[in-house]
Design a protein around this ligand. Structure first.
Ligand code: COA
Length: 259
């Protein structure tokens, strides 16, 4: 039914798997479109009680937005990309009345880290790595990362990760509160399903209110999300962004000039 996703519903738990393993499950236009559709379908389907989000293969959860789609975008196009993603996928996941758990099975970078953070909570495999490396492309996160990472791990470490582009291990992510549990890769989905099954024994209406209330508590500045989109878009008009994206695609180091 989907070109870029696999879905499997078992015992009330829907597993949605982003399925582009040869491209590290990067979020291209089709994945964004289909993730939004899959979330709409999951919310509407009474048989779906809980949702797990994961990536295909053993290397990546999602290694970010698809950088190859950035080359054709100007400032308006960059802002539109971020707006579409936030509206169609990230906010939909965050506000889903059914629990959405990220089972992070490898690289969770850029838009991938943002996707995991839009979920209600995260569990990870031992090989998982988290980061917001957009600065290497002359960009910033555009799918709510500046807001949600600050909420989850605090200002100082968020600043460092977004300025250096460094990755942190699953263990460090757990220490910092970015993920709740770390499991061996082979056990990740089964362990995540156990948590989902436990939640399914609780009152669904109460669970939906927990989600709404905790989301309200975490969102100190809703305008931060739209400001991020505007700033993300603006950077698409810079030479540094073109250099960063070309350098990634040409597999070389970028040379930035602040232009
Ligand atoms: N967008 C588009 N393609 C991507 C991608 C992305 N975000 N991440 C990985 N890919 C592609 C690579 O271009 C490569 O394609 P190719 O085989 O056609 O050359 C393929 O996925 C495998 O990636 P590769 O870089 O060869 O694997 P690796 O194990 O050496 O490195 C990563 C893995 C995740 C560290 C590296 O791919 C990476 O840094 N990706 C970009 C992360 C990023 O900047 N994300 C933020 C985007 S806003």
């Amino acid at each position: 039914m989907y070109q870029t996703l696999l879905t499997e519903l078992q015992d009330g738990t829907l597993v949605i798997t982003v399925n582009r393993p040869d491209k590290m499950n990067a979020l291209n236009k089709d994945v964004i479109e289909e993730l939004g559709q899959a979330m709409d379908a999951a919310i509407a389907n009474a048989d779906v009680k809980t949702i797990l989000l994961t990536g295909a293969g053993e290397k990546a959860f999602v290694a970010g937005a698809d950088i190859s789609e950035f080359t054709s975008l100007d400032a308006n196009g960059g802002a539109a990309l971020a707006q579409k993603g936030q509206d169609h996928v990230f906010d939909k996941i965050e506000n889903c009345p059914k629990p959405v758990i990220a089972a992070v099975n490898g690289f969770s970078l850029g838009g991938g880290c943002e996707l995991a953070m839009a979920c209600h909570f995260r569990v990870a495999s031992e090989n998982a790595k988290f980061g917001q490396p957009e600065v290497n492309l002359g960009l910033i996160p555009g799918y709510g990362g500046t807001q949600r990472l600050t909420q989850l791990i605090g200002k100082g470490k968020t600043m460092e990760l977004m300025m250096t582009g460094d990755m942190i291990s699953a263990t460090e992510a757990k220490e910092r509160g970015l993920v709740n549990h770390v499991f061996p890769l082979a056990d990740l989905l089964a362990e995540a399903k156990k948590i989902a099954q436990k939640i399914q024994t609780k009152a669904p209406l109460a669970i939906a209110e927990v989600i709404a209330c905790v989301n309200e508590a975490a969102k100190s500045n809703p305008a931060g999300f739209s400001n991020e989109i505007a700033r993300f878009g603006k950077l698409f008009a810079t030479l540094d962004m073109k250099e960063g994206v070309n350098a990634f695609l040409e597999k070389r180091k970028a040379i930035f000039k602040g232009e």
